[in-house]
Design a protein around this ligand. Structure first.
Ligand code: S3P
Length: 189
């Protein structure tokens, strides 16, 4: 396995592994597991935006609004596309693929993995969360259902492949993703 992972690095330099999906689908957690497996750095677009703005995502939404945040997402993605000089694991904000230009960049930058998760699981994970401004409504369960239904086709059309994360452990998901990534390598060489 180590040998094929190293070959993969050599052959597909600059081909990142990019995680997309709804809030609470596990992009950060799974990203960390993949980062340990491949020994690639993990980059989180929300974190980069927060560092750049010196504000939390919630503060950015409150002070400047969602559109401003969406522009920062594109800015950050363009910067990563230009500046990353080694393959990385990239965890994206849940709304980042909504913009067409971002979808184009994601597809160009690497293998895009859509982590599919049920709305009920998202609600259970995030019902006490205070860091997602879009879920700060009187009925977060309804908001999750509506947003997820609307976004699902967008995630699906952006993805190189889809991973169903429901009722799976991090280890199982990590194995499934790396198995697919490694098999793509063999298909393309
Ligand atoms: C958002 C998802 C969040 C963050 C922001 C907006 C969205 O990231 O970018 O609150 O529109 O789905 P996570 O998916 O990491 O929670």
């Amino acid at each position: 396995m180590t040998e094929s992972v190293n070959e993969l690095r050599e052959v597909r330099v600059m081909h990142h592994i990019i995680l997309i999906g709804f809030m609470g689908c596990g992009k950060t957690t799974i990203g960390k597991a993949l980062s340990a497996y491949y020994q690639w750095e993990i980059i989180d677009t929300d974190k980069l935006i927060e560092d750049m703005q010196k504000q939390s995502v919630s503060e950015i939404f409150a002070e400047h609004g969602e559109e401003f945040f969406r522009r920062l997402e594109t800015e950050v993605l363009e910067k990563l596309d230009k500046e990353l000089n080694k393959p990385c694991i990239i965890a994206t904000g849940g709304g980042l693929p909504l913009c067409e230009e971002n979808r184009r960049l994601l597809k160009k930058m690497g293998d895009v993995v859509y982590l599919n998760v049920d709305a009920g699981i998202v609600y259970q994970r995030l019902k006490n969360d205070t860091t997602r401004p879009l879920l700060a409504t009187s009925d977060p369960q309804l908001k999750i259902n509506e947003m997820l239904a609307k976004r699902m086709p967008v995630y699906e059309q952006t993805a190189s492949f889809i991973i169903d994360t429901n009722n799976k452990t991090i280890t199982e998901i990590n194995k499934e993703i790396s198995g697919k990534i490694n098999s793509i390598k063999f298909e393309t060489t």
